[in-house]
Design a protein around this ligand. Structure first.
Ligand SMILES: Cc1ncc(COP(=O)(O)O)c(C=O)c1O
Length: 327
């Protein structure tokens, strides 16, 4: 299956193209979608330092609730990103959680919903270097998405010639829009060479991550994923998959990973909020396993899918319940 994630993005766009949500949350209040505008002068400067999150709320299997996955962890990471970028976010994690719940209720979200909070310097800033401590405004957008969990899928990955931005230059630990230029360059290279997604190495030439997801391999039943000091975003899906690996009694190694280990892996997969758990079926044109989702990936995916839909007893602390209005 090619470009599974592109398809997902297009699905989301199509869903939005037929109409946008009524409300958007902006700086403390619900605002009608059309009125949530900024002055054109603000855009360029704002985007340099802006930080954001991508969160998913899944419709529970019983159809009565949305379940936001690791909501508070995402919000804490947003505040961490702002701290690293020296931005001053108004309010607290509690405030932002409430804002998100208010928004989802106002938009009468009744289906799988992607939630994007982002924060950028307030107003028109005439300095190119946004000063430390600049007051930000926070916006939260949301739109429907289509989950690919529990469907046959896979992607072709390639090791990129682009090196992941380093903690010594632009910390990948911060989820800031400007870091995505690095992943975009790698993604275009991968596509031009007939693959779907790149895997970037870090400045030590060890495996770091994909442009929008962390990566793991399975060898002889052990799940191996680059350590958090390998030049990556501390992915919450990665963290969840590590916990599930332990729950299932499988061996887990979080450490530096060599490029050559990718070629010897029995299974390889990406993991991230948007990409969920996405098997990699070829790496640099070499087949991984038998070219389909491997047994360990399948077990992890099933557990993950059961949790996000509220069908599992495991990790209730990962879910924030949002009851749906019966109407
Ligand atoms: C660069 C990058 N790495 C990893 C991830 C995975 O993080 P998470 O699982 O928290 O979504 C993302 C997703 O946003 C990402 O953009």
């Amino acid at each position: 299956m090619t470009h599974a994630l592109e398809t997902q993005a297009l699905d989301s766009l199509a869903a939005r193209g037929s109409g946008h949500p009524e409300w958007i949350w902006r700086d403390g209040a619900l605002v009608p979608w059309e009125q949530a505008t900024v002055h054109v002068n603000a855009v360029g400067h704002a985007s340099v330092a802006a930080v954001f999150e991508g969160i998913k709320a899944y419709l529970a299997a019983d159809g009565h609730r949305l379940l936001a996955f690791r909501l508070d962890d995402h919000l804490r990471r947003l505040f961490d990103s702002a701290r690293l970028c020296r931005l001053d976010l108004p309010g607290s994690v509690d405030d932002l959680r409430e804002a998100i719940l208010t928004l989802l209720r106002a938009n009468a979200c009744r289906t799988d919903t992607y939630i994007r909070p982002w924060a950028f310097p307030r107003g028109v800033i005439r300095e190119q270097m946004v000063p430390a401590g600049t007051r930000c405004e926070i916006v939260v957008d949301s739109w429907p998405f289509h989950s690919h969990l529990l469907t046959p899928r896979g992607c072709r990955a390639a090791v990129s010639s682009w090196i992941r931005v380093s903690d010594a230059s632009m910390p990948p630990r911060a989820k800031t829009f400007s870091n995505y230029h690095n992943g975009r360059l790698a993604m275009m290279e991968a596509r031009e060479n007939g693959h779907d997604w790149p895997i970037l190495l870090n400045e030590r030439h060890k495996v770091s991550e994909g442009p929008g997801a962390c990566v793991a391999l399975v060898r002889d039943g052990t799940v191996v994923t680059p350590s958090l000091t390998s030049g990556l975003l501390a992915g919450l899906t990665r963290d969840s998959v590590c916990a599930l690996t332990r729950d299932l009694g499988l061996a887990l190694e979080e450490r530096e990973v060599d490029r050559s280990e990718l070629y010897l892996a029995d299974e390889l997969f990406f993991m991230g909020t948007a990409w969920e758990i996405l098997p990699i079926t070829t790496i640099d044109g070499r087949r991984v396993g038998d070219g389909t989702m491997g047994p360990v990936t399948t077990r992890l995916e099933r557990e993950y899918a059961a949790i996000v839909r509220g069908r599992s007893e495991r990790h209730p602390e990962w879910l924030t319940e949002i009851p749906l209005d019966p109407g």
